[in-house]
Write a protein that binds this ligand. Structure first.
Ligand code: GAL
Length: 727
């Protein structure tokens, strides 16, 4: 193992030095154990973090991760890095190391000394390494063991390795704690944002009594400066009034008011910068910055969801954490491209299913005006099956670790994420079997209490798939624990498919309700199944049926205010939850490469009304005899549309949402009424197949404003690759 230039860290002289620690790592994927700090007995190869070794091997039908995990290699990986810390860096201060996450069961050593273990693969962790690292400029060795060998451990692709960024930072002995600033917003209106800014300051243990004395003598002070979205300083306040909470941390609390704030909204995601500085005897000790926004988010049992006092229907998508072929180590630009597309479809909300997401993804949502449901767990104490595609493996999972880890994991997620303005809901779980268990509500209560303690204002939900289910349904006690009752697949059982939420609304008028997960129009891009198909107990509907059921639920959600909205499953295809030779689920409206499938345009036609659009399917290379009737479907937001095959019209059609009625006086319409011929949210024509060109033309005010043409394709000629964005 060669160490190249052996980088020196923390050389600059600012009060807080934060440096990216992603480069110059070495990696070995092996079952052998190494002695941390000692020369390795096997070959390590250079890698750059974030890193996901599961993406480096061919997919394997017999992999322990099974179809659930995406048929990938998992196992154990060791990482090592040799680095130096500049001798002048310490300056009576501390050095910390911070991992944004690693999947999973990670143990860390510095110079052979054990720092500890972190199990959950999606939450951040770190240590103060001052006492174990050399800071005289000599070499340090960090060893990281990531153990993802307990398989199958995930119902989706988890990835393996140090999958997010690592940071090293140097601070003075008096410094802001990790995620130590909380801009709590108990009351926000357009007149003022009333804030409680809480700052946790750490004193290192060596000088506790000095620190305490300094605090009591009023010598330690915290200053909060707030800058408007255009960079103007609008608040500058200091306080000496700290409370020593456990001998090591002081909490400073400031009541701050921002007058006439520019509210954060989905159409104007205005972000304010909050700069916190810590002073001792008028000498600067630490300085940190964060971005936040001011907004009010309220769930109401009758009105649904109110953003800044206005009703907003949540047009949501669920997503998983992987980036397609990037695996679990996802560059933020991948997310940016995907989110831009989803936003352009008309989505205004994202559910981070089923784990704390990459912080870069949350930053993007804040910046792009996307609301977020932030989810902590898929599993509590009761194990869930992860054996899709296998009958030889026994499932493993977070349930093994729940008792020892959940409290810290949940608190860490809340501390990390609570300044994000986009987050409107904390989710404590997804489809946990505890929902139907007699004592399950006690765990729900306990997790909800943690959320409320850390963030009293945001609502808490759990995504329940058993509210109406046989043979066992979710208990009333369990659902009563939730501020917002989350429904997964509300229309799954019997005739409920038609009555949807209404029965529960009558029985529980005080509940706030939301569709936390419901089917979307998935399918493989370019593949059109003509009849029903059953495989391994899973039914697949033909392409022309999918928008019927999805549209029925969508129409219900849109026309019933008390349903806050819906998160469809899923915005993007994700790795795992697959049947061999598939490697990914095809539930998304974008595929794993971020390309739009037909379903994307279905949602766009309903959620985006302004620019006219029309989309036509299926492709026109059908393997059927000439004259076979093929259903051509049209998604449009125009008043009506007309279908042409090889220049011949098959007639104009219209659907009824949003329908318009009479104006001014009985019998008068502003526009000539359009004869509708379906209650679906899409149009359909029976067309006798012949190769050629099929075209959908959309009309507004009698004018053809948009068209989509599909031609019978010849043999492929070339592949063109273009870059998403040059930067
Ligand atoms: C849901 C579950 C998702 C996914 C989906 C099926 O019940 O919450 O994680 O498994 O079913 O594709």
């Amino acid at each position: 193992m060669r160490h190249g230039g052996l980088k020196m860290y923390l050389e600059t002289k600012s009060v807080r030095q934060v440096e990216n620690f992603n480069l110059d790592w070495f990696f070995c994927h092996t079952d052998c154990d190494f002695t941390p700090g000692e020369p390795p007995t096997k070959d390590f190869r250079p890698v750059k973090l974030p890193h996901d070794w599961s993406m480096e091997y061919p997919f394997n039908e017999n992999a322990d991760s099974c179809g659930s995990g995406g048929y990938v290699e998992t196992g154990v990986g060791w990482y090592r890095k040799v680095f130096r810390i500049a001798p002048e860096a310490l300056n009576d201060g501390r050095v910390m190391i911070h991992f944004e996450s690693a999947y999973m069961n990670t143990q860390v050593w510095i110079n052979g000394k054990y720092l500890g273990r972190h199990v959950y693969g999606y939450t951040p962790f770190g240590w103060d390494i001052t006492d174990v690292a050399n800071h005289d400029g000599s070499e340090n060795i960090i060893d990281v063991k990531v153990d993802n060998s307990a398989q199958p451990s995930s119902r989706w692709y988890s990835g393996s390795g140090i999958t997010r960024n690592v940071w090293i930072y140097g601070v003075k002995r008096l410094h802001v704690a990790p995620y130590g600033v909380w801009v709590h917003q108990p009351e926000v209106t357009k007149e003022q944002a009333k804030l409680i800014v809480e700052t946790q300051v750490c004193m290192s243990s060596a000088d506790l009594s000095d620190g305490d004395k300094a605090l009591k003598a009023g010598k330690i002070c915290v200053e909060t400066c707030i800058y408007t979205p255009d960079g103007t300083l609008c608040v500058q306040e200091r306080t000496q009034d700290g409370r020593n909470i456990d001998g090591e941390r002081i909490i400073f609390t400031q009541d701050i008011c921002v007058k006439a704030p520019r509210l954060w909204d989905i159409s104007d995601p205005a972000l304010y910068k909050v700069k916190t500085s810590v002073w001792e005897n008028e000498e600067l000790q630490d300085e940190v910055e964060l971005m936040t926004g001011f907004m009010s988010a309220v769930f109401d049992s009758n009105k649904g969801f109110l953003l800044n006092g206005k009703r907003v229907k949540l047009n949501g998508v669920c997503i998983h954490h992987d980036g397609g072929c990037a695996g679990a180590a996802v560059h933020p630009q991948i997310w940016e491209r995907r989110l831009e597309k989803l936003k352009n479809m008309g989505a205004n909300a994202v559910r981070m299913s089923h784990n704390p997401p990459d912080p870069a993804l949350l930053d993007l949502c804040d910046r792009m005006g996307l609301l977020v449901m932030d989810e902590a767990f898929d599993e509590w104490r009761i194990l869930k099956s992860k054996e899709l595609g296998s009958n030889t493996h026994e499932s493993r999972g977070y349930s093994e670790w729940f008792d020892s880890c959940h409290e810290q994991d949940l608190r860490t997620m809340l501390m990390r994420d609570r300044n994000h303005p986009g987050i409107i809901l904390w989710s404590i779980g997804n489809e946990v079997p505890e929902q139907t268990a007699a004592q399950g509500y006690l765990t729900a209560r306990h997790l909800r209490d943690i959320c409320k303690e850390m963030d009293p204002d945001r609502a808490v939900t759990q995504a329940n798939d058993q509210i109406c289910a046989e043979p066992a349904a979710a208990t009333q006690e369990f659902l009563d624990e939730l501020d917002v009752v989350g429904y997964n697949y509300v229309n799954r059982w019997r005739t409920r498919a038609e009555t949807l939420y209404d029965d529960d609304k009558r029985a529980n008028p005080g509940w706030c309700v939301i569709g936390t997960e419901n089917s979307s129009i998935g399918g493989v891009r370019g593949k059109y199944q003509l009849g029903m198909q059953e495989k391994a107990g899973w039914w697949k509907w033909p392409y022309y049926s999918a928008p019927v059921a999805v549209g029925r639920l969508l129409r219900f959600t849109m026309t019933h205010d008390y349903v806050a909205g819906d998160f469809m499953w899923t915005g993007i295809d994700y790795l795992g939850e697959a049947h061999w030779p598939g490697r990914s689920s095809s539930a998304g409206v974008l595929d794993t490469c971020g390309y739009e499938k037909d379903g994307y345009y279905f949602y766009q036609s309903i959620w985006k009304q302004r620019e006219p659009m029309a989309h036509l399917l299926p492709h026109w290379n059908m393997d059927v005899e000439k004259g076979t009737i093929i259903q051509a479907l049209g998604y449009t937001n125009c008043e009506y549309a007309e279908l042409f095959l090889n220049g011949r019209s098959y007639g104009k059609k219209a659907y009824s949402y949003p329908a318009y009625g009479m104006t001014q006086y009985y019998g008068h319409f502003d526009k000539e009424p359009i004869p509708v011929n379906t209650d679906n949210l899409f149009l359909s024509w029976d067309v006798p197949y012949e190769p050629g060109c099929i075209e959908l033309v959309g009309y507004r005010d009698g004018i053809d404003v948009v068209r989509h043409t599909v031609k019978t394709a010849g043999t492929p000629a070339a592949i063109r690759v273009t870059c998403f964005r040059q930067r």
